[in-house]
Design a protein around this ligand. Structure first.
Ligand SMILES: Nc1ncnc2c1ncn2[C@@H]1O[C@H](COP(=O)(O)OP(=O)(O)OP(=O)(O)O)[C@@H](O)[C@H]1O
Length: 585
């Protein structure tokens, strides 16, 4: 929690300090009220004039108004500090996560990162807003009120001390039982998010497989768990409030009982009067002490959950990306467009088995290099090493003759047009999706966008849309077909005008004819661009300059279609399972 608070800006610290002045004034004014009450009581008993009573009453009213004003000002500053801090935290989390490699994102999981940047930050915001008012006010009030009553009758003081002890016991019980529950609430929120997210993103599959019941059970379990935990905590709170009232009312009663016996045993009207006035004042102060402890209890209730949240936020902020940015902003002259893998190995987790081993090959400028292999052979993993979504654990990946680790990430990504296995579309228009991403080139003209769409075989369907390039694309491209999304994603990569184009199974949703036309157009129109193509279909890669055959993470064949068909068992097996001898010839 402390680490989170340290992230406050100087201005916010300034607000806290100013609030401090107003909090002290508020406590001072609140504790002044009983004095006026005492004076008014005395005046009434000693038959003071109406003018005198009104005068004291006006001061009392002014104090109350002053206290109210101070409370409003503190509330205003507290809200500003809390909102400012949470904005900063959201920003810090966002920027940190943007720098994460896939390894860190997988480590936290997407639903957890979403909970951390929303719900967890809200918890911290709430505790800061309330804490600023209560954490500072409660102890000041308690100490100040105690000093005010300590010189009165010891019987009354003892009664107050007993009430405080009771309060501490209640707080202790709450901390012991509720705190562990609060700690798990955030984890349960993560789970609920994860289950809901999975169900929503996979809704079509869920329906198609009549798996609503199964998914509902999963959701109900997550929902029940969080509800039970919340109920437990709320019940504790529900018991706590009446117990607190009981203690404070019991204290008032005790003060009056003690007062009655003290007054009875006092001699003379004057001393009785003074005792009565003391009793009224004491009750007020005692209430302030009890109130202060109640405020502290509120903090104790909220603090554990907020500190768990703060820890979860700091975990994200303090986790550094395993991908360290390099410094180079240019490749070696004369070898532009070259990609070289030198004895590369990679495993997903520390100590886990390598899913890629001893991979070596070179693709030169303008070449098309294809990767083929059975499911899980490591094709996607291999090409993910080029834009450094993961870093090779052994060997090196060179782009333009320079190790990818030595490039600044921005330079490296500017060289690559990467097309992941699942095409990703963003909320916006076709234009915004194609001209997505700053490449350092001038902004794309409509002509360039249409050219990219032409190459990607997407212009035909875009032209048919009523708003052409300005047609809306909904989040995730839900209003597009799988093939349309793939073509737009391919157009986006081409439009970047990169040195290297990487297609991870990007032609799978295209029919054979479109697949062939697209590849022919690519070869013709972007002939100087190096193309790396991962594919399942032999037809897609037959014309490649080089084909890398992968099997269980190892290169088991390297050559042209003809060479591999003649002498590579794995390639032959894949090829003959898809096409006839005549088609392959
Ligand atoms: N994020 C990940 N964490 C751990 N293991 C992974 C991860 N992604 C892939 N793997 C494992 O790495 C191996 C290679 O997977 P990869 O996705 O590279 O195969 P692929 O050849 O592209 O398969 P496909 O053709 O089905 O896409 C598989 O055994 C897979 O289980």
């Amino acid at each position: 929690m402390f680490k989170v608070l340290k992230r406050m800006s100087k201005k916010e610290v300034g607000y806290v300090l100013v609030s401090l002045i107003f909090i002290v004034s508020q406590v001072y004014l609140d504790l002044k009220l009983p004095d006026y009450m005492s004076k008014i009581t005395m005046l009434i008993q000693t038959k003071g004039t109406l003018h005198e009573i009104l005068k004291e009453g006006s001061f009392m009213l002014l104090c109350a108004l002053g206290s109210l004003l101070a409370a409003v000002i503190v509330g205003f500053f507290a809200a500003r500090v809390a909102a400012g801090l949470s904005r900063k935290l959201r920003r810090d989390v966002y920027y940190q996560v943007s720098e994460y490699s896939m390894a860190e994102i997988n480590k936290f999981s997407t639903p957890s990162l979403i909970t951390r940047s929303t719900n967890d930050i809200t918890q911290v915001q709430m505790i800061v807003a309330m804490g600023l008012q209560l954490v500072i006010k409660a102890p000041i009030t308690a100490v100040w009120a105690i000093t005010k009553i300590s010189n009165k009758s010891w019987e009354w003081t003892t009664a107050t001390a007993l009430a405080v002890v009771f309060l501490l016991v209640v707080i202790g019980i709450i901390i012991t039982f509720a705190m562990p529950k609060f700690k798990i609430i955030q984890k349960l929120t993560d789970r609920l998010n994860s289950v809901t997210r999975e169900n929503l993103t996979g809704i079509r599959v869920v329906r198609a497989y009549n798996a609503e019941g199964y998914e509902t059970n999963k959701f109900e379990k997550a929902n029940d768990d969080i509800t039970k935990t919340n109920l437990f905590v709320q019940r504790m709170m529900a018991v706590m409030m009446p117990v607190m009232s009981l203690i404070s009312n019991g204290l008032t009663l005790a003060v009056y009982l003690i007062g009655a016996s003290l007054i009875e045993s006092a001699v003379g009207i004057q001393s009785r009067m003074s005792l009565f006035s003391d009793m009224v004042v004491f009750t007020s102060y005692a209430m302030q002490v009890v109130m202060a402890f109640m405020m502290l209890t509120m903090i104790f209730i909220m603090l554990p959950r907020a500190s768990v949240s703060a820890k979860r936020i700091m975990e994200v902020i303090e986790t550094k990306s395993s991908i360290k940015d390099g410094t180079k902003t240019a490749g070696t002259a004369g070898v532009e467009g070259t990609i070289e893998f030198k004895d590369v190995a990679f495993g997903y987790a520390d100590g886990s088995e390598d899913v890629i081993e001893g991979v070596s090959f070179t693709a030169t400028k303008g070449q098309t290099v294809a990767f083929i292999g059975s499911t899980g052979a490591g094709k996607s993993t291999l090409i993910n090493l080029i834009p450094r979504y993961y870093d090779a654990t052994k060997g090196s990946v060179l782009v333009d003759g320079v190790d990818v680790k030595d490039y600044s990430i921005e330079t490296l990504h500017d060289k690559i047009g990467f097309n992941p296995q699942k095409p990703v579309m963003f909320n916006g228009t076709i234009r915004s999706n194609i001209s997505f991403g700053d490449t350092g080139h001038a902004p794309l003209t409509d002509e360039q966008i249409w050219q990219a769409l032409d190459i990607a075989q997407a212009s035909e369907f875009v032209k048919k849309l009523p708003d052409g390039l300005d047609s809306e694309i909904s989040q995730g491209g839900l209003n597009l077909s799988g093939g349309q999304k793939q073509r737009l994603a391919i157009a986006r990569a081409i439009a970047r005008r990169p040195e290297i184009l990487v297609f991870d199974d990007s032609f799978s949703a295209l029919d054979y004819r479109t697949d062939k036309t697209l590849r022919d157009t690519l070869t013709r129109e972007v002939k100087d661009t190096t193309k790396l193509i991962v594919a399942q279909r032999i037809g897609t890669i037959m014309d490649a300059d080089q084909i890398v055959v992968l099997d269980r993470g190892k290169v088991v064949g390297l050559g042209t279609h003809k060479e591999l068909l003649a002498n590579n068992d794995v390639y032959q097996e894949i090829a003959y399972s898809q096409l006839s001898k005549e088609e392959l010839a």
